[in-house]
Design a binder for this molecule. Structure first.
Ligand code: ASP
Length: 607
């Protein structure tokens, strides 16, 4: 080893020891006489002081540049009181190298590594190996390791077995498109990358393992949205002989411990609140509400029935509803904020956002003149609005009201700074419908995944009113994002076929797509349930970052490409031929367009 000590670990107690260190030149201050180098390795940073007392190393010291790789040896010395740096873990000591060897030089990096500067994301990803040198970036990858190790130890100590399932498989649907991998040995045949290990983990329960987990890579080919990535990692687990409370209880215990150990914020509530799906939609318009703040919806349809105000009357007469958010103390909110909130509401489909500010002696509102005193009293008592409060109101179909008021509530959370970054607010949501109607396809689809079971008492509804069947599904949310979901599974062939049939599968399709599972369910499948919980989303919540790429060592851009390795990329025609594949006109045109773009001279470079 070129080193016997680690930069970040040196402390006052090491003073007097001679240490050998190796790492990167993080920062250099050349004072002519003395040269100060901050030396960085994977554990942190320590200050080296090259002094003319050690004449033999001074020449080298003057030559050093940021990011050169060096090895030094010398005594650790306690800093004098006035030079102690309380901002550094190693701020009480410094090292006086008696020898210094340059192990490698470095080009000047394309961005500062020794300052937490804003750097263009494309550049960061293209030079991710340099970006990862930045201590604040590396810290997230360390956090990821620590959390995953904690999960492994926690579950192993509870008799879970970590079992790897294959990534070249046949499709396992989770509602996204599959990534396909062509087979060379069987031309014309394809593997799919798993959207989750769902079928495999159920087979492991049939196999008798009883408690399985995996830190599993899952691939979902979706259109890119902020914080969606094509490949994510999830804590995937499955248990036999359990009900909902067993699985939720175990996950809750694990996540409570993780939050206490690694979370930047305080846990808002334990046990985690449990919300009913329909109740959630009523109160927050969404099934993953941010519970760090209130601003729940109040239904004000009743006091407004028969109103002369056309906008509200029209919505109510056509079967819609009128709902309000009461914002405490905001009666005097600026017109500008109100106009912006109106635009936000329109983003959810609303035609507008009505507002009423309740002042001491009057109402501040463009719609007050259309409302009777009784109606205003009715609205106030339904919302609990008092003097000084602001009411934000949407009248429309229940779907539009939910979507628009949810966006308004979410925006208010940011605008009024209600999303406390120092709070971790977990909640369970249960009571989801099993199936959702797809009008354009004329069939039911699984609201979550097709293997979720349903409440036994709802069984007859499968024949009469499938939309009313409640799934034995539970989702875990954290500060307004879904961080996990799971269910008790269907464990008989008969029930599984019935649900698949509702989803429009013919017996032949079922056999083709799910034949293995259906057959396995006939060989003594135990009652089982489990969870899939996103590691990246959990880490985002724990660390407070809003960018999913911060918690992935080698992420792709938000458009799904990888500037570091240059993927995805075209492949050699020979490689395609080996696979028995040929590109069609659409693919050829896309390649031609991309290469034309690459060859275009940069703007300004033409004459
Ligand atoms: N397979 C589900 C998913 O990946 C999780 C589960 O139900 O266990 O979302």
């Amino acid at each position: 080893m070129l080193k016997d000590s680690s930069c970040g670990e040196l402390r006052r107690a090491d003073a007097g020891r001679t240490v050998r260190l190796a790492g990167w030149v993080h920062r250099r201050r050349d004072h002519g006489g003395l040269v100060f180098i901050d030396l960085r390795d994977s554990t942190g940073i320590v200050q080296l002081v090259f002094s003319p007392d050690q004449a033999s190393v001074m020449d080298t010291a003057h030559r050093l540049r940021p990011e050169w790789v060096i090895a030094v040896a010398g005594p650790v010395s306690e800093r004098s009181a006035e030079t102690v740096n309380p901002n550094m873990d190693t701020g009480e000591v410094e090292v006086f190298p008696a020898s210094c060897e340059v192990l490698n030089t470095s080009l000047t990096p394309p961005f500062f590594i020794n300052e937490p500067a804003e750097v263009d994301e494309y550049l960061r990803l293209k030079y991710r190996y340099l970006d990862l040198r930045r201590p604040e970036v590396a810290r997230m990858i360390r956090l990821r390791h620590d959390v995953v190790r904690f999960i492994r130890e926690f579950l192993s100590s509870r008799r879970f077995m970590e079992i790897e399932t294959p990534t070249l498989i046949k499709s396992t649907p989770e509602g996204a498109r599959d990534f396909l991998v062509p087979s060379r040995l069987q031309p014309g045949h394809f593997f799919a990358l798993p959207q989750s290990p769902q079928i495999m983990k159920e087979l492991l329960m049939v196999a008798g393992f009883e408690r399985y987990f995996q830190i599993a890579r899952c691939y979902r080919d979706e259109d890119f949205r902020a914080n969606r990535v094509a490949e994510h990692t999830q804590l995937d687990l499955e248990m036999s002989f359990v009900d909902e409370d067993d699985v939720m209880g175990l996950v809750e215990e694990l996540y409570t411990e993780i939050a206490r150990e690694f979370g930047q914020g305080e846990l808002a509530a334990t046990p985690f609140p449990r919300l009913d799906y329909y109740d959630c939609i009523e109160r927050y318009g969404i099934d993953r509400p941010d519970l760090r703040y209130g601003l729940e919806f109040a239904d004000i349809s009743e006091p407004l029935r028969g109103t002369g105000f056309k906008v509200f009357a029209g919505a109510l007469e056509s079967g819609g509803q009128v709902k309000a958010i009461c914002v405490p103390g905001q009666a005097e909110m600026t017109r500008r904020d109100l106009d912006e909130l109106t635009e936000v509401a329109k983003g959810g489909g609303a035609k507008g956002l009505a507002w009423i500010g309740i002042l001491q002696d009057e109402l501040r509102s463009p719609i007050a003149k259309f409302l009777s005193e009784v109606e205003v009293q009715g609205i106030r008592s339904a919302t609990g609005a008092g003097v000084g409060d602001l009411l934000l109101i949407v009248a429309d179909t229940p779907g539009v009201v939910a979507d628009s008021l949810h966006l308004v509530r979410d925006d208010l959370g940011d605008r009024l700074k209600l999303k406390d970054p120092a709070v971790l607010s977990f909640a369970w949501v249960t009571g989801f419908p099993l199936l959702e109607w797809r009008p354009e396809e004329g069939r039911w689809d699984a609201a979550h995944n097709p293997f979720s079971s349903y409440r036994p008492e709802d069984e007859p509804l499968l024949d009469t009113d499938p939309g009313k069947v409640i799934a034995r599904q539970y989702d875990l949310t954290l500060n307004g994002t879904e961080v996990g979901g799971g269910s008790i599974r269907i464990n008989t062939r008969e029930a599984q076929e019935k649900v698949l049939a509702l989803m429009g599968y013919t017996p032949a399709d079922m056999e083709e797509r799910f034949g293995v599972l259906l057959e396995a369910l006939e060989y003594g499948a135990p009652p089982m349930g489990g969870v899939g919980a996103g590691i990246e989303r959990l880490l985002m919540g724990l660390s407070g970052t809003s960018n999913i790429r911060d918690v992935i060592a080698f992420p792709k851009t938000s458009a799904g490409s990888d500037p570091l390795m240059g993927s995805p990329s075209p492949v050699d025609p020979e490689q395609l031929a080996e696979l028995g594949l040929e590109l069609g006109p659409k693919a050829r045109a896309a390649i031609a367009a991309a290469s034309e773009q690459e060859n275009e001279p940069a703007t300004g470079a033409t004459e």
